[in-house]
Write a protein that binds this ligand. Sequence first.
Ligand code: ACO
Length: 466
Amino acid sequence: MVEALEEPGSISPFFNPKSVAVIGASSKQKKIGYVIAKNFIESFTAKLFLINPNAQEILSHKCYPDISSVPENVDLAVIAVPAKSVKEVLEECGKKGVKAAVVISSGFRESGKEGAGMEEELVRISRKYHLRIMGPNCMGVFSSTSMVDTLFIPRYRLKRPPQGKIAFISQSGASGIAFLDWAAGERIGISKFASYGNAADIDEADLLEFLARDEETKVIAMYLEGVKEGRKFAKIAREVTKEKPVIVLKSGITESGAKAALSHTGSLSGTDEIFNAVVKQTGMIRVYDWEEMFDIARALAYQPAARGNRVAVITNGGGAGVMIADELEKHGMTIAKLSEKTVAELEMNFPPHVTLHNPMDLGGDADNERFREALGAVIDDDSVDSLILTCIPHTPTIDLESFVDMVVDTKGKNDKPLVVCLPGGRVSLEIRELFEENGIPTYPTPARAALSLSALVRYGGLKNSG
Ligand code: ACO
């Protein structure tokens, strides 16, 4: 269920506001307040008010000297003025009845004791007026459906990703930008994004709870430097993973990393052992790198969770099959023993050099038809829970365009997850894109394909145990 906009203290106005004010909007192109104003003007279709005491007009848009002068209600304020002015601006927002504020400004808890005191003041104002705060020291929010976009990155530098099912929450703005840029480049759909910086008010647990109920989101990925309230986070994460998968990338795991996190977002990283215990208890999926996060998120967004850990591997290249078998075993999956019926059926039609046990090596001369028959028989085999199809697409017997269609036709059959591994350069890259556009997660290496499939198996295990 989507949270009601009217509910006091709701997070929804950050993502679905009926009206937005940009405080600190500027007509100077290099300023953060310029980029934010421009992005809203370009794509936000609800009401927009620009605030700057020294300007009549910015980007041909009327300007108000302060938020009190705006003649209508404002749901969301985006604040991009120097830290020393934020308190006063926020108080005015509270008086005006603004429901949510993204505070982009840095110079709070992450900068030391005085900044921490200033941040406390913001929290006090937030409580007094039931005005929720994202930040300070953050990038804020992006929604691919409402086109709320408080990221101060120009669109010629960061193309926004298309609509999709992955939500990404990040303490760090930069990690957020990297992830969104990657998603946009690979045309992977994003539902919502939030960079919440110092988490003075809204923290990772609040966002998790909100996204668990968000109908646009199927998978939640998060980047953390620390957890604000451990117990609250663990309790909420345990509930959320029953609804949808949560992938977590936690940094600050070494002494140097923890020190860096303290001065980046004022986060206390805690010990890695404790965090691992929380991951285990809650059923989140932990990753250690952006690439892993992105790979696993795609698999969970586009494929069903697996009912068990028995995997079939179909290939036209023996080496790739062997490497995948190794990787699968490393991740605790088993190579399925194909049923006698499957083997007998395929034996009748295939030449003798085809290896019919698992990994099934269809031979370097395999054509589309051989792949189609093998794939069909294996998907229908009850002793198989999921599949990895790996293909060396360079052989002359493969007709590339119809190969993609043939695989896509089997998508979702018997509710069994399928991921594709396409090693190689130019040719592989071209058809990898076609697979991705059709919701088949595709990876360039056996290790990445096996890891991503293992997430579907682990999440399936969690769902079945609940
Ligand atoms: N109300 C409305 N407008 C105001 C107010 C006010 N009270 N006070 C100032 N302004 C106007 C200014 O006049 C200016 O407009 P102008 O360009 O027309 O003169 C505009 O707001 C901006 O104010 P400046 O004083 O020029 O401030 P500047 O743009 O240089 O910096 C900023 C403001 C961006 C908020 C800066 O202080 C800051 O914090 N920068 C870092 C932001 C950041 O990195 N955030 C975190 C990223 S995510 C992460 O990695 C954790």
